[in-house]
Design a protein around this ligand. Structure first.
Ligand code: AP5
Ligand code: MG
Length: 190
């Protein structure tokens, strides 16, 4: 499944919960990149420059890191993609790879939260998260990038897949319960 939403909408929080509940793998591209930075690799240096400006990492790097990580897992009941795909090109690439491997995207959950709440959440988290992109200036850029490059992915999935919208302004547990229900309806069992 794909957990979709703007920065600060709760993709990470909800992906962890749903993955824990159903035994899925949680695959956050943002977390993968931050790990690369922490490990001080040459790739980490390149990645850092993009993240600190709030802009997207080039698709080729994203795909390479993502598939390298995902290929370690065999016979898992599911994967929750968090922060990927981030533009229609990534979405089309995922389709191509899944088609080849006879896998399917069961569901796309789109978490909806208004901008002012997103900004407040990210600034609050920035006080102790250590995330260099949790500042007002970078968050404004992340939101702009989301609206111009990432949001069109919604239209892509509206045409081709099952897309379900969830109100992400409610309590974390209430949102999580909704998402669990949606996943069950899509045919997955705990
Ligand atoms: P990424 O790491 O994906 O960050 P993001 O999309 O900007 O979003 P966040 O991780 O900040 O928020 P979230 O939606 O996960 O919410 P969270 O659960 O943390 O990407 C970072 C960067 O990496 C990008 O800018 C880009 O450079 C690069 N990148 C990543 N993927 C890429 C890709 N595929 N292609 C190209 N570049 C890519 O929650 C946020 C806060 O709110 C937390 O403090 C949480 O506790 C709180 N919260 C959550 N839910 C609730 C709730 N219901 N009520 C109150 N508070 C809540
Ligand atoms: Mg996240």
């Amino acid at each position: 499944m794909i957990m979709f939403g703007p920065p600060g909408s709760g993709k990470g929080t909800q992906s962890k919960l749903v993955a824990g509940h159903f035994g899925f793998i949680h695959l956050s591209t943002g977390d993968l990149f931050r790990k690369e930075i922490q490990n001080n690799t040459a790739m980490g240096d390149i990645i850092k420059a993009f993240i600190n400006r709030g802009i997207l990492i080039p698709d080729l790097i994203v795909m390479r890191e993502l598939y390298r990580y995902a290929l370690q897992f065999k016979n898992v009941p599911g994967i929750v993609f968090d922060g990927f795909p981030r533009n229609p090109k990534q979405a089309a690439n995922l389709d191509k790879v899944f088609h080849k491997k006879e896998l399917r995207i069961a569901l796309v959950v789109s978490i909806q939260v208004p901008d002012e709440v997103l900004i407040q959440r990210v600034l609050d988290r920035g006080k102790d998260s250590g995330r260099t992109d949790d500042t007002l200036g970078v968050m404004e850029k992340r939101l702009e990038v989301y609206k111009t490059l990432t949001h069109p992915v919604i239209d892509y999935y509206k045409q081709t897949r099952r897309l379900i919208e969830v109100d992400g302004t409610r309590d974390v547990r209430v949102v999580a319960k909704d998402i669990r229900k949606i996943v069950k309806v899509a045919g997955f069992k705990k």
